[in-house]
Ligand binder design. Sequence first.
Ligand code: DQA
Length: 148
Amino acid sequence: MKVMVINGPNLNMLGRREVGIYGGATLDDIESLVRRRAGQTGIDIEFFQSNKEGEIIDKIHSAVNNKVEGIVINPAGYTHTSVAIRDALLCVKIPFVEVHISNVAKRDSFRQKSLFSDIAIGTISGLGPVGYVLGLEALKELYGKATE
Ligand code: DQA
């Protein structure tokens, strides 16, 4: 099974960024964790981060030609603002899991609105880096072929 893992703006700063909220793991640590677990479950991963909305949209569009069967996405700050990334996910019609490292429900009021939750197959929030692994496992369980 092919899964794309997409990270939005400022997630390249994990490990240095508001450590009390996001923890000490870097994005490289998260990528290693995700790749290890994906390898164990026979999932082929493409891992991507960008601080630019248009690049994230282009990456989502490329998922169709690359035969990606599921997406795990942490849209970061774009969660609360990006109609364009939402529209890109609707265009490609690939099932996706929305992941947040922090528990957004406990945070600022402007973080309470997500433009993704109603079109995601599910949302994982507040479990740290493990959330990405759970997202992968959910995609595999729900959409992976029984033979894999
Ligand atoms: C985040 C939560 C967002 O509100 C925030 O803007 C982020 C990270 C998270 O992973 O907890 O950049 O998506």
